[in-house]
Design a protein around this ligand. Structure first.
Ligand code: GLU
Length: 547
């Protein structure tokens, strides 16, 4: 077969690979610098797996003074979703992952190695496919979907249910067509794909690969002839990513572990194209236990693996990000415990600490981290999160939060800071429920206190008389104490415990009468703080209402 002739027959107007190799200059990099790329397909979902990869791409490039690229892998029209690129980019932005190069807005790219949408790189892929045909490593295949289906069926019939199915061995139909047959098919306008010839000598043939976190890998060599260009002339992932990574100067490929199984095919393609192998890092696989067994997390069945899930519920991004770092690097938690408020960029991601394999997605852990993260924020920071959250999800509340910055920041500041900050908020969306009494006067029900109504009334009437918003905390507390003594509430817990019948209750019961009147709750943040934030008029009003 004259492969050169075949190649020009199939690709009459395609530029040679030299053109692209001259066009895209070799990058000048510092020693050890990584050029990485985040290569999402615009499916409309932003999975935690995507952002885990993006974090690695971004930080490993940043840490080594390299380059991080965003490339959109949109060659599969069936999976494309409108708006998906914007959603992906805005998630990257939310997580402060500001990539250096590539797609920065759905209609804007920066960098010298574009286009950064694969759908715009068809000519480039054809050039490399043509080269493979010229070398006798690829050929046109005219099999239809029906033909492929028939092949599968006959393989199962002959080899049994567990047969290795696919285009290989004696089942291949188009690997030895003559140039005349091919010409006739082309003249008849028969659609064709381009298949890459398997380089395996037998089904037992092995190939060596290497993964940054998994080490050396010995894998079964790819035994099937695989489609590299579809019948519309567009490349499939296998060819497209190899050509792109090569021309864009990528030297570290971080991708999902679902690509490990086709890695042997990629090794053969790299060799066939005589392209330097980049490093590969197959990222961890998110799993969960369901009905007692471990299963792979799926974006369709498990919303907790989608980034939008956390955003909509009001988890701060810092919490979700910290959680993701605990999945990525085994020493992150120790670092975070030692540096609770440090900027995450100070943490060094190191290859030998990157987790490989399966990890369990643990939402209870995210909750814990989130409580911690929120507890360490300043009131102002929580306020800003609250403002942003309500801006997006609750117009009415947004209006209130926006107009009452001092008031909202004031109540968020209660019990914040210090060595033991309170950890009562897991999500920003809980603020209104947890602190409902700062938004609305409470419904008050004293029945849980088991006290005579007359005593309650006396406590409140007397307290209104002595309450003064200007009191400092000590004076304020002394007044409550004096009131307790006057109205026969024990101020000494031992004495109370020795004989409770002697008293109307102890001082905390009395404090709870006031607390209930102000908040409707028997537990709340610091009561002095509550009063200071509510202000004189509101405190008097609530006490009077309760009376
Ligand atoms: N577009 C592929 C995906 O979304 C990317 C794989 C890769 O990073 O190479 O899975």
């Amino acid at each position: 077969m004259d492969n050169k002739k075949l190649a020009s027959l199939l690709f009459p107007n395609v530029k040679g690979v030299d053109y692209y190799e001259n066009k895209y200059k070799k990058r000048e990099l510092k020693e050890g610098a990584y050029v990485t790329r985040f290569a999402p397909s615009p499916t409309g979902y932003v999975h935690m797996g995507n952002i885990l990869q993006a974090i690695l791409d971004y930080t490993l490039a940043k840490q080594t003074s390299g380059v991080s690229i965003v490339r959109v892998e949109d060659t599969d029209d069936k999976r494309k979703v409108d708006n998906a690129v914007d959603v992906m980019l805005s998630t990257l932005k939310q997580y402060n992952l500001n990539f250096d190069e590539g797609v920065v807005a759905s209609n804007k790219s920066i960098g010298e190695y574009g286009p950064y949408y694969q759908s715009e790189r068809k000519d480039i892929y054809q050039s490399y496919a043509k080269q493979l045909v010229e070398k006798g490593l690829a050929y046109p295949c005219f099999c239809t979907m029906d033909d492929e289906q028939q092949i599968r069926e006959s393989q199962i019939k002959e080899l049994g249910e567990h047969a290795l199915t696919g285009y290989y061995g004696k089942w291949r139909k188009c690997n030895n067509l003559t140039i005349e047959e091919i010409e006739n098919n082309l003249k008849a306008n028969k659609p064709f794909t381009i298949k890459f010839k398997s380089q395996a000598k037998s089904l037992d043939d092995k190939i060596e690969g290497e993964d940054v976190t998994r080490g050396k890998l010995s894998m079964q060599r790819w035994f099937k002839d695989e489609v590299i260009l579809k019948s519309d002339g567009q490349a499939v992932y296998h060819l497209a990513h190899i050509v792109d990574d090569y021309l864009m100067g990528v030297n570290l490929v971080v991708r999902g572990s679902e690509w490990l199984s086709t890695y042997p095919l990629h090794i053969d393609l790299l060799n066939a194209l005589k392209i330097n192998h980049p490093k590969y890092l197959h990222n961890l696989l998110l799993c969960k236990i369901e009905n007692g067994s471990k299963i792979k997390i799926s974006k369709r069945k498990h919303p907790e693996c989608l980034m939008s899930f956390y955003e909509e519920l009001g988890y701060p991004m810092e919490a979700v990000r910290d959680y993701m770092y605990t999945l990525l690097n085994s020493n992150f938690e120790d670092w975070r415990n030692a540096n609770p408020t440090a900027d995450i960029n100070e943490f060094k991601v190191t290859f030998n600490k990157i987790n490989a394999g399966e990890v369990m997605l643990d939402t209870a852990k995210i909750d814990n981290i989130s409580k911690n993260v929120i507890s360490l924020m300043t009131a102002e920071e929580v306020y800003n999160k609250f403002l942003e959250y309500t801006r997006k999800y609750d117009n009415e509340l947004f209006d209130f939060v926006n107009k009452n910055k001092k008031y909202v920041t004031g109540f968020l500041a209660i019990d914040r800071g210090g060595v033991k900050p309170r950890k009562d908020l897991c999500k920003i969306s809980e603020i209104k429920d947890k602190y409902h009494y700062f938004f609305n006067a409470p419904k008050v029900d004293f029945s849980t206190l088991n006290l005579d109504n007359k005593i309650i009334k006396t406590v409140l009437s007397e307290y209104v008389k002595i309450f003064d918003i200007k009191d400092d905390k000590e004076t304020w507390w002394n007044k409550i104490k004096t009131l307790a003594e006057t109205l026969n509430f024990a101020t000494d817990n031992k004495a109370y415990k020795a004989d409770p019948t002697k008293f109307n209750g102890n001082i905390s019961t009395l404090a709870n009468i006031i607390r209930l009147s102000l908040t409707g709750e028997t537990q709340s943040v610091d009561m002095y703080g509550i009063m200071q934030v509510l202000g004189n008029a509101e405190v008097i009003q609530r006490l009077t209402n309760a009376i």
